[in-house]
Design a protein around this ligand. Sequence first.
Ligand code: GRF
Length: 203
Amino acid sequence: MKRLRLGVLVSGRGTNLQAILDAIARGELDAEVALVICNHKEAYAITRAERAGVPVGVLIQKEYASRQEHQRAIADSLEKAKVDLVVCAGWDRIFTHEFVERFLGRIINIHPALLPSFAGGLHAVRSALEYGVKVTGCTVHFITHDLDSGPIILQEAVPVLPDDTEETLAERIRVEEHRLLVEAIRLYGSQHLQIEGRKVRIG
Ligand code: GRF
């Protein structure tokens, strides 16, 4: 089977990107990061990509005429890099219809909650904490035209502790995210994922 070429989209610290890079370096994930795209100049994820020696493109939305043009440029770069799978690893923008259409079935996202709870928006951990749930977690899912509603690949539960703050809870969720995202990529690469309607069959 051919080695999976990944395009990783990042907006922030990039710890999920690091988990992917580390798993590849350890020989635990048969893939290569063909391109990292970041949409914030100051994001630490850029340093992580550079340190690992993988190509990184910094594409800032306000430098484009429109959101559509920005995402068109990102999609063009991903296609030029011949990526097999697009991995949103802490990406903070909602995709245009056109962008999703170009990668349907080969774009996944990590979300810091147990979907469909706390979907939509950038504050899923805070929302879970404010709601008072006793268990939250993380979800890896395919991206479709409906925000945070694509077929679920993997989920992991994380208990909410009485003294949790947004930071402590996010940190424990992140540990699980790192493992889950790598596992989802591995499953995708081994062609063990089949989308059946809104469900993903693993096997
Ligand atoms: C993760 O919690 C992810 O679920 C959310 O953004 C965060 C990114 O963290 N979408 P990092 O940049 O990978 O450290």
